[in-house]
Design a protein around this ligand. Sequence first.
Ligand SMILES: [Zn+2]
Length: 88
Amino acid sequence: MTGRDGQQPLLACVGMDRHLVARCASPGCERAAPCDPTIWVAQGLGGLPLGAFSERLRCVCGSRRGRLVMESGPFPEVRESGGLYVFR
Ligand SMILES: [Zn+2]
């Protein structure tokens, strides 16, 4: 599974065996949270590369940039956000 720096399309990173994690891009902020891209897919943005969504993430530290990375395994059941939010 390659895919450097968010070039994969969003939809390629969503499935039963994979999910997205948003990581804050602010230096020194280690926050990360599972990211549910349903709203973006519903808007027809599923074909955009992951990197296109970096400015649609918000962190409780005030950062307006994040980084989406694909992780293996199903989407976690936890409902707490971990401090990052999807911004529509
Ligand atoms: Zn942050």
